[in-house]
Design a protein around this ligand. Structure first.
Ligand code: ASP
Length: 369
């Protein structure tokens, strides 16, 4: 992966690639046949004792009749935010059983920047061989409405593998922040808008979206402090360097329970079993501040369907892993149902969320930057 590339250069080359993809191109068909004949294109073989070894169908790998031996080497799973945040946590939890199922190492790599769009732009351009996989969240559907010139099209430049989980956010404050309830927070922010600071993970991140909804609901703007992810933002919040933020329960549950941060509300219509004492935004008087952050896996658009199916089968199996289920429950979430951990379920969600957030973002008066 080329992490030093600017968004501009990714934009230009992704646009070229998109134009090429939309043109029926005999060379692509030839390349697919070659891939089939060569058995994938990556080097290395699965460990002898791995489920994939000697049994191409074990663990849901590409079928023996497909002609694609996959996976034959390590897979890189890209996280578009910094380590230690909720997307990173969910990725590492799910990657573990997927490694066993696929019989290959999964290397989790954090490529943070530009609210998650930097990593998505890189994966859109990566070789379409199944060895570079993106874990992204709701930001995949909000970015088209927030960026004037996005270097990729979520519906054109990727194939979906399946959804992973869907999780509410919490509105939280530094431990010594004066307000103690959501009503008090609203009054405080309105009265101190010129000094209050709000942390987020960049434009298009879930924390940015939640902040937009909050500020639009109370008709007040505060200073936003962007981070590479809400992992580092949480450290600064707990250290009282910033005043408040929103983040998924997968990153906030432990901090809230230990008193490391103050919790004001949860952004779902119902309370969460992991945080039963935290009221909903509706209870606190802000019913329009509703965000559920869904995560899903993607590969570049030209990836062969057999590889997509192998990854999807591995994801579905990983989501039944008891450790994943238990850890998710501790963090206030559950794996999605099996029908949503599929390319079809994921694509339907992506399409509907792009439409939903386009309308919400327009209604909030936000113009793409
Ligand atoms: N929770 C973050 C967001 O605001 C991203 C992360 O670090 O996972 O989108």
């Amino acid at each position: 992966m080329r992490q030093d590339r600017s968004l501009e250069s990714i934009r230009t080359s992704a646009a070229t690639k998109r134009r090429a993809r939309r043109t029926p191109w005999p060379a692509l068909a030839a390349a697919a046949l070659l891939l089939s004949a060569c058995g994938g294109g990556a080097t290395g073989s699965p460990p002898a004792d791995s489920p994939a070894a000697g049994s191409p169908t074990a663990g849901g790998g590409a079928s023996p009749t497909s002609g694609i031996a996959y996976p034959e080497g390590p897979i890189t799973m890209i996280v578009p935010f910094a380590a230690g945040g909720p997307t990173d946590t969910v990725t590492r939890l799910v990657a573990k059983p997927m490694e066993t199922i696929l019989g290959q190492t999964i290397v989790v790599q954090n490529v943070a920047g530009a609210g998650g769009t930097l990593a998505a732009g890189q994966v859109a351009e990566a070789p379409a061989d199944g060895y570079t996989v993106l874990m992204h969240h709701i930001g995949m559907s909000t970015a088209p409405s927030l960026y004037a010139s996005l270097p990729y099209d979520p519906l054109v430049d990727f194939k979906t593998i399946g959804l992973v989980t869907e999780v509410p956010m919490t509105i939280i404050g530094r431990p010594d922040f004066e307000p103690t309830t959501l009503e008090e927070l609203v009054a405080y922010v309105k009265a101190n808008a010129d000094t209050v600071t709000y942390a987020n993970a960049g434009i298009g991140a879930a924390s940015h979206l939640c902040g937009l909804l909050f500020m639009s609901a109370i008709d007040t703007k505060v200073t936003e402090v962007p981070y590479d992810g809400t992992g580092p933002a949480m450290e600064d919040l707990a250290g009282s360097q910033v005043d408040f933020m929103c983040d998924q329960t997968t990153n906030t549950t432990e901090q809230i329970k230990s008193g490391g941060v103050k919790a004001y509300a949860i952004t779902s219509p119902e309370r969460n079993d992991a945080l039963p004492d935290v009221p909903t935004t509706t209870e606190g008087g802000l019913p329009d501040v509703q965000v559920r952050v869904w995560h899903g896996l993607y590969v570049p658009a030209d990836t062969p369907d057999e590889i997509v199916q192998a990854l999807s089968a591995a994801l579905q199996a990983a989501l039944t892993d008891q450790n994943v289920i238990d850890k998710f429950a501790d963090l206030g979430t559950v794996p999605v149902s099996a029908d949503l951990a599929t390319p079809e379920g994921h694509t339907a969600k992506l399409q509907s969320e792009i439409e939903l957030w386009k309308a919400v973002i327009e209604a909030a008066g936000v113009t793409p930057q």
